[in-house]
Design a protein around this ligand. Structure first.
Ligand SMILES: [Zn+2]
Length: 461
């Protein structure tokens, strides 16, 4: 950092106060503190005449314990500055001198002048001297910023682990909900009064909470995870499993999973990341995959298998990709993704079996009736809660945190076979409450007793 820019920054801090708000000034200060005091080692420091003798700045002064944390030297102006005083000086200050802040100190003769030791004088003997106060302000600012940074990192970690969205729909200052990241960050820092006060005053777009910093922190996490996976792969051969999807903003994405055998002989499948692709042409997909592999020093020649969704509307592209990869590595055998094939087979087969087909048709009608309105969903939840309470009372259900959560009936979809299992499981779980709703619906007034409920349950199963 050249001393000239330092002087410019001083202007920013001292004179352009009206132009920059407190938060921006702190950002500039933090950047300077992180760089540390400017202590250049020159072959020759400039000489200044003092009477018959000439004196100059001595590099050895930087090494003195008391001065090394703050002493700075500007080669272009041949003066010394004090970093903390320089950063925390106020234009309105009318006590003490500005010699180590604005003007710069050059009276080298007085540095080693017995009682009149200028550097010690600058520091002051009293704990409330301007220099000591500036040093404290500097330490506080850095502690505060470390606390905020740690809080930001912790919040990103929690949100990423829980798979929650970071951003809010409206993050403006008058919004009542600024989204998960900002709201949780505010909560976390509110436990530290000193930092909370700063955060309170800071604009919502302050850099330590900006979307950019959120992404950067996430990026660091993602790299750490990938690095761990890379280490796990070692020099093993591996298979690629790739699928495409579109995100909410309709951007094309490609998800990459790497399958390999780890050093203990276990088959591992690791999700290696989602990449945005500009288009879904064969060449783009290949280039992206190759660039990710080479970025993590995974050799194309070590690919032993490739699996894509051969039935998708991108069939042509995947076939092309298969051919390109096989050209580069003849051992990269193609396997039409088993999960996708199983899905296709199950959907087709189940349509041919009348019993199965009519079962799922009926299930879908039940979902339609039971989940038709908000009111009915609420009724279902209430009936389910009553059932859980009853079973817990008679000792048929374990109570444990996270168990027995109130859920609703799930709809099955043809594109995800697993959804059929979820749908049937939810039907089994809340069978009696569903019967209750259906009975009410068919305007039959009789109320089932709990043991009768159980009875119906058993018959159906
Ligand atoms: Zn100072």
């Amino acid at each position: 950092m050249s001393p000239l820019t330092k002087v410019q920054v001083l202007c920013v801090i001292l004179e352009c106060v009206s132009k920059y708000d407190a938060n921006e000034r702190d950002e500039i200060r933090r950047a300077y503190i992180n760089l540390g005091p400017y202590q250049p080692k020159l072959d020759e420091y400039k000489k200044t005449k003092f009477g018959r003798n000439s004196r100059k700045f001595k590099h050895s002064w930087f090494a003195i314990k008391e001065f090394s944390p703050w002493l700075e030297y500007s080669p272009s102006k041949d003066v010394a500055f004090c970093l903390p005083c320089f950063l925390f000086d106020k234009p309105t200050r009318n006590f003490g001198s500005h010699v180590f802040t604005k003007d710069g100190f050059r009276n080298w003769k007085k540095v080693n002048d017995g009682n009149n030791f200028s550097f010690l004088n600058h520091m002051g003997k009293q704990p409330n001297s301007f220099h000591r106060a500036s040093e404290k302000a500097m330490t506080d600012l850095m502690n505060q910023s470390q606390h905020i940074q740690k809080a930001s990192i912790d919040v990103v970690k929690v949100l990423a682990f829980q798979g929650l969205a970071f951003r809010g729909r409206d993050e403006s200052s008058d919004s009542i909900n600024h989204g998960n990241f900002l709201e949780i960050l505010d909560l976390v820092v509110s436990y530290n009064e000193y930092v909370a006060e700063v955060i309170e005053k800071a604009p919502k777009n302050a850099s330590y909470k900006s979307p950019k910093i959120q992404k950067e922190i996430l990026h660091v996490f993602s790299n750490k995870v990938k690095k761990a996976i890379r280490e796990e792969i070692g020099d093993a051969k591996f298979c690629l499993i790739v699928d495409e999807a579109r995100d909410e903003s309709m951007k094309e994405q490609m998800a990459i999973v790497i399958r390999f055998i780890d050093k203990d002989g276990f088959v591992r499948e690791r999700f290696f990341g989602v990449v945005h692709v500009l288009d879904t042409t064969t060449l783009t997909l290949k280039d992206e995959i190759y660039s990710i592999l080479s970025h993590h020093s995974l050799d194309i020649q070590d690919i032993r298998g490739q699996g894509y969704d051969g039935a998708s509307n991108m069939r042509g592209e995947w076939n092309g990709l298969k051919a390109l990869v096989s050209n580069d590595c003849p051992y990269a055998y193609f396997i039409h993704c088993f999960a996708h094939r199983l899905q296709l087979a199950l959907v087709a087969a189940s349509k041919e079996v009348i019993l199965v087909q009519s079962f799922f048709n009926r299930l879908s009608s039940i979902v339609n009736v039971v989940c038709a309105s908000r009111k009915r969903t609420e009724q279902l939840k209430k009936a389910y809660a009553d059932q859980i309470a009853y079973f817990v009372e008679i000792g048929e259900l374990e109570t444990e945190r996270g168990l027995n959560q109130i859920s609703t009936l799930q709809r099955a979809g043809d594109t995800r076979w697993g959804s059929h299992l979820r749908s049937i499981s939810s039907l089994v779980n809340i069978f009696s409450p569903i019967c209750e709703i259906l009975l009410k619906r068919s305007s039959r007034k009789e109320i089932l007793l709990p043991n009768e409920k159980q009875h119906t349950h058993v018959i159906m199963l």
